[in-house]
Design a protein around this ligand. Sequence first.
Ligand code: UN1
Length: 485
Amino acid sequence: MTQQTKTESLRQYLNGVWLPGNASELNSTSAADSSLIVAAGQAADAKQVVEAFEAANAAKAGWAATPMAERASYLLRASAYLTEHAEKIGTELTREEGKTLAEGIGEVRRAAQILSYYAGEAERSAGTMFQSPRAGEQILVSHKPLGVLGIVTPFNFPIAIPAWKIAPALIFGNTVVFKPASLVPLLAVRLVEAFEAAGLPAGVLNLVIGPGTLGDSIMGHPYLEGLSFTGSTGVGRKLCAMGAARGIPVQAEMGGKNASVVLADADLDLASEQVLFGAFRSSGQKCTATSRLILDDSIADEFLEKLTSRLANWVTGNPLDPGVQMGPVIDAKSAKSVREGVAKARSEGATVIFEGAVPASGNYVAPTVLGIPSDSRGRENSAWREEFFAPVLSVLRVSGTEAAFEAAADSEFGLSLALFTRDLATAISAQERLEVGILHVNSESAGADPHVPFGGAKASGYGPKEQGAAAREFYTHTTTVYLRG
Ligand code: UN1
């Protein structure tokens, strides 16, 4: 399949106007082929970040005073726009980010669904009312916007993650300065275009695209009143510390080293399918991806046989080709570091259980299943400890449920976990004992519905959870009103 060669243009969106960036040239290249320029333009400079804040600050009082039902109407129109253009934008997502066409188009539809979910806030409860111990009084808790928010997003869900931060920010009455990962700027432009097509007032949503250093300009701006971030634990913790020093809230969704646990009584056909999806869809580049697999010894051989024969039927290649199940990783730097990471894990004692075929050139990483030694050295192996953000699955064999739970908990991270068992008591015990933000019983570790909380425990998350009713906790602050006539 041939790739389109038209180069799209990258621009900044400041106070309702599209402008070229003031800084150096910025090219967005295709994940599958770094020589292909998908979109080109100029990066924003620090002065344009200041302009974005000035616009967001000027718009904030008017936007906060706009009835929520009216704010919702912009989200609904932007949602309809994304649905209408899902195929085109999803194809661009695939060209830019490298996930398969089905995943790319699916992600655009998901972003549309997120926007319409948050539009529904206008029809949900606005706050809480309490009994007063005093006659003639009511106590109300009302939710108010934080003000001007920074939104900093990663490459791996170029439209869904921005949508799930921008939608609650806007519906709850905040204005936004949005900085996407510089690897996927085109999809950020497309999301902002959806809001522009919806008629969003100038200054409510501002886009600055450019290098990570723009994040420092955002974090340092005096108008910033809160920041939502998804990305690495290292960067997230730095932003949290900066926010704490300034006294503003920061929500950070960070790394993972998620386990799938397959117990002796599991449905192995189901489990092998779900582990395949969790570990290898989107080339393993999800913070919710399965990167550790804990197998009960009694079923380990049979399970690995099922998993690797499924994997052998997967085709890795050009993600625009509908016959392909897995595309590249995001760029050449990432592909190199994953290959080096696998080599290091092998030098530390990991064995290769399976390595898939990949095209000879491009940023492809073979889907890889590594065996982790069952002794104490295995637990020190970098493939057991470190997030590769890649299609690499590290397998540990254990004996029995207790040992499996212990191994699952042996991580600094705690985002998601997938447990495969037919025993309800075991599932309940996992829910009670394992420190994770998301527990899947008999389904893959990835995936997040818009109406339920999303976020991690331990080093995976900081601040209130995202999505669903949880989103209001971060995107608003409350005023408790003691009300007497
Ligand atoms: C999903 O599992 O579908 O960065 C969403 C990430 C997560 C989103 C995962 N914040 O991968």
